[in-house]
Write a protein that binds this ligand. Structure first.
Ligand code: FPP
Length: 261
């Protein structure tokens, strides 16, 4: 699958779904699917870095996932810890900045003890930002930002008219790397499941039937090639097949000619 070097999405988000079904198809416990899913995470991070993506956000654990059986939650936390320990050199040596968004206070110490030092150690890296969405929920993120704005208004630090889209946006950690340009979901379901809700406004969506453990470099390339064939209009008039442009380009420093409707 050919991917153009120009017109790459800057920020790609992935909803990694299908680990359980992958295991079920093999008569294996669900945890085996997560273990294979963890290998797919490694391959995908490498492929994203080699392609030159600036930001990759992976939905690794939702706020709602805490309600899964305790042994599955424990196994996921352990896999996360193993991933962070095992990929430390790959992250640090390749200029990847590791970030995490979500209700991180709920994560067990065994995860925080490896996550926090790696975030600090890699914070100056600038080749690609890898964000793990952990104990994350898009609605929760919006509510947290709204609460902060309400506090600022109550404290007289902000006028109600200054509660703007931009103000909300600036308080969302998941969008610090910019809105997602492309969101991929594996596993055949066609839904968003509370991922990056605010930033999704103009994202291109790509749904793949492949189960997450079978996702890797060729599948990522296929998703990006599909993105590159689309015309992003951002509510404006299309150009009939000419290369696409929009607010995302401006954020990336390109000049954009707009046609107002
Ligand atoms: C969804 O599949 C996947 C998850 C809830 C967890 C994702 C976790 C990993 C990919 C591995 C660990 C993460 C890292 C970052 C190392 P599902 O269990 O809902 O699958 P199903 O829909 O087939 O049941």
């Amino acid at each position: 699958m050919l991917v153009e070097a120009k017109n790459l999405p800057s920020h790609v988000g992935i909803i990694m779904d299908g680990n359980g079904r992958w295991a079920q198809l093999r008569g294996a416990p669900r945890v085996q699917g997560h273990r294979e899913g963890s290998k797919a995470v490694r391959n995908t991070v490498r492929a994203a870095r080699r392609l030159g993506l600036k930001a990759l956000t992976l939905y690794a654990f939702s706020e709602q996932n805490w309600a899964r059986p305790g042994d599955e939650v424990d196994a996921l936390m352990e896999l996360l810890r193993e991933f962070l320990v095992g990929e430390r050199d790959e992250i640090v040596d390749n200029g990847i900045r590791l970030s995490a968004v979500g209700n991180l206070g709920r994560l067990p110490t065994l995860v925080r003890a490896v996550l926090d030092p790696l975030r600090r150690e890699s914070e100056k890296n600038d080749q690609m930002t890898l964000t793990l969405a952990l104990s994350y929920g898009g609605r929760e993120e919006i509510a947290t930002a709204a609460r902060e704005l309400a506090r600022q208004v109550a404290a007289g630090k902000r006028k109600p008219e200054e509660v703007t889209e931009e103000a909300l946006h600036s308080l969302m950690p998941s969008l610090a790397v910019g809105d997602p340009d492309l969101v991929i979901r594996t596993g055949g379901e066609r839904r968003i499941s509370n991922f990056l809700l605010y930033g999704l406004a103009y994202a291109e969506l790509y749904f793949a039937d492949v189960l997450w453990p079978d996702f890797g470099s060729p599948e990522l390339h296929e998703a990006i090639a599909s993105y590159q064939q689309r015309e992003r209009r951002f509510g404006l008039v299309g150009k009939g097949g000419l290369p696409t442009s929009g607010p995302g380009d401006e954020r990336r420093g390109a000049s954009v000619t707009r046609i107002a409707i």
